[in-house]
Design a protein around this ligand. Structure first.
Ligand SMILES: NC(=O)c1ccc[n+]([C@@H]2O[C@H](COP(=O)([O-])OP(=O)(O)OC[C@H]3O[C@@H](n4cnc5c(N)ncnc54)[C@H](OP(=O)(O)O)[C@@H]3O)[C@@H](O)[C@H]2O)c1
Length: 352
């Protein structure tokens, strides 16, 4: 059954991008009550999105049309978020932004529903969604943090190319096609020494490679992604003293961010107890002992998935492996879940 025309008017700014297309599809599959859908793109070139069996043209942002919506998902860029986010929120539109622009703003809730839904407020209409790498760690580590308080988190991430947007993925596919031709043993049976193709969207070629740089480096040598994971985890967990050390690495995976985490606790926490806590955590699938998730078998799935829970150094450290779909729980799904919460609380409605 189609939602009535009294359902909210929904804008998706960046509807034609990697996250935007997932978001529009989720709105349909989760039966989010959409009265009217306004898909917004850069307006460069013709594009459309498919929604409820129809192709709806996407156009450049029209401020008046956006202000007439009840909720606007911003899945575009920091610049677009700056340009529209605060103004729309002031005009009464619920704005759920997936860029990093407002995540650390003290006046803006940074929300993962399974962790800190309480940060939402009736009058806090500008809401930020978190970094896609941090989300998996925040969801999987939260029940452990509540039980034994994480003092220190050390993390190595293995991040899919789709996390860098459509241009990076197109570059990966093009490099992969070239690579397929070069993948063969030499006549003497030696492994080939591959020539790195040119890279534009990412700092180095990504096909058959790994790149220990996600974002640009600061004066201390940390990449933008590494700083975001640390600062956002502190904010979402409400743990300002948490010490976080991250090495963020881009890997030749299409979708699904993986991470290895070593968590040091204030209290002892056994792997068996940690497994019990993780086994009943919302939004998390804990795999059987001995099994583990990978990006390929996690892509397209909603929950964060974890495995390989084991002791680290001493009784106060645990190691675990976490994978989540960066385009779903890492971005589009988390945003839709926030909007669903607003609906359930009766805060998001169609205005006159
Ligand atoms: N990819 C991820 O895993 C991920 C995870 C978490 C958060 N995010 C965040 O989500 C946002 C979108 O990322 P993405 O990976 O989906 O990027 P993307 O694939 O590059 O898509 C960008 C979208 O923004 C649109 N756009 C570009 N300039 C615009 C403008 N001036 N006005 C209106 N729309 C404009 C594009 O429209 P055209 O089609 O016309 O170019 C496209 O729809 C970013 O803020 C990113 O940081 C991404």
């Amino acid at each position: 059954m189609r939602p009535a025309k009294s359902a909210p008017r929904v804008a998706v700014v960046g509807a034609t991008g990697m996250v935007g297309r997932e978001l529009v599809s989720l709105l349909e599959r989760r039966r989010f009550p959409v009265g009217d859908l306004l898909p917004v793109s850069s307006g460069r070139g013709r594009s459309s999105v498919r929604f409820r069996g129809r192709d709806i043209p996407a156009a450049a942002p029209d401020p008046a049309a956006l202000a007439a919506c009840d909720v606007a998902f911003l899945v575009s860029s920091e610049e677009v978020a700056r340009r529209f986010g605060p103004g729309l929120a002031r005009r009464g539109v619920w704005v759920i932004d997936d860029s990093s622009e407002f995540r650390l703003d003290p006046g803006v809730p940074l929300v993962i529903p399974e962790v800190n839904a309480s940060a939402l407020g009736r009058d806090r209409r500008l809401i930020a969604g978190p970094n896609c790498t941090m989300t998996g760690l925040a969801v999987a580590g939260w029940p452990l943090h509540r039980a034994a308080r994480v003092l220190r988190a050390r993390v190595a991430s293995y991040q899919a190319v789709s996390g860098a947007g459509r241009a990076a993925l197109a570059e990966f596919f093009a490099q992969g096609r070239g690579l397929a031709r070069a993948l063969a043993f030499g006549r003497d049976g030696r492994a080939p020494v591959l020539r790195a193709p040119r890279a534009r969207a990412l700092p180095r070629a990504i096909a058959a490679n790994v790149i220990p740089q996600v974002g640009s480096f600061d004066a201390a040598g940390c990449s933008g992604e590494e700083s975001k994971v640390a600062a956002e985890l502190r904010k979402v967990w409400g743990a300002p003293g948490l010490r976080v050390s991250v090495t963020a690495v881009r890997v030749p995976v299409v979708r699904g961010h993986a991470l290895a985490a070593w968590l040091e606790f204030a209290q002892p926490l056994s792997p068996a107890r940690a497994r019990r806590l993780l086994g009943r955590a919302p939004g998390l699938d804990l795999l059987e002992a001995g099994d583990y998730p990978t990006p390929l078998d996690t892509a397209g799935r909603a929950p964060v998935r974890a495995g390989r829970v084991r002791s680290g150094v001493g009784s106060r450290e645990l190691a675990l492996w976490v994978v989540s779909d960066n385009l779903l729980k890492g971005a589009a799904l988390n945003s839709v879940q926030i909007a669903e919460l607003l609906l359930r609380r009766g805060w998001l409605r169609r205005r006159a």
